[in-house]
Design a protein around this ligand. Sequence first.
Ligand SMILES: CC(C)(COP(=O)(O)OP(=O)(O)OC[C@H]1O[C@@H](n2cnc3c(N)ncnc32)[C@H](O)[C@@H]1OP(=O)(O)O)[C@@H](O)C(=O)NCCC(=O)NCCS
Length: 171
Amino acid sequence: MTSNAWRAHRVHVGSIDVGFIDEADAFALRQIALAPAKPRKPPAYPTAVDQFHVGAFGDGEIVSAATFMIENPDPEDTQMSLPLRCWRIRAMATLAPLRRRGYASAILAYGIHEIRKRQGVVVWCNGRVTAASFYEHHRFRRVRGIRHAPNVPDHFRFVRELVDDNVAPAS
Ligand SMILES: CC(C)(COP(=O)(O)OP(=O)(O)OC[C@H]1O[C@@H](n2cnc3c(N)ncnc32)[C@H](O)[C@@H]1OP(=O)(O)O)[C@@H](O)C(=O)NCCC(=O)NCCS
């Protein structure tokens, strides 16, 4: 999508302007906001079956971004691991001076709304230990313990099943 085309997809989540973006338009932000990790150059996930990219805007500039792509978690992470219906969050980041203002939450709400429209049932990610409060605030649960990997900040696996929270489970 060209920059002009994605402007047409922007909506407000609360007071925050959010919508689809081109992956390339988030690269500069990710280079700053994901440090010390280095973001992959776009296209970062060329083999994904499907993916979309969401940005939140402050003064017309992208200040927070995330990618959502189809990928199954490990089978033991959730009982709802249906093929092509699990979505992984990648490279979620907000510029440091603008954190705790709801930008990433607006992106997550937009992304989950889109995933529900596409019949998705699970959202998951490897989230930094330092971002655990963000994911837990949004009702992701940690599965298993802390994970260590070369050149990647220590992280947890976070999983959220997209059950309809307003519907009581059948007894
Ligand atoms: C994690 C990150 C994307 C959150 O972005 P954000 O725009 O600040 O998130 P929000 O403002 O929407 O936060 C929503 C809620 O999550 C929780 N939260 C977010 N960051 C938190 C922190 N550092 N400590 C405690 N709680 C936090 C809070 O409950 C917050 O609500 P509140 O501010 O009203 O208390 C951001 O901190 C970031 O870019 N970190 C560096 C990169 C990173 O870790 N990416 C994600 C994992 S790889």
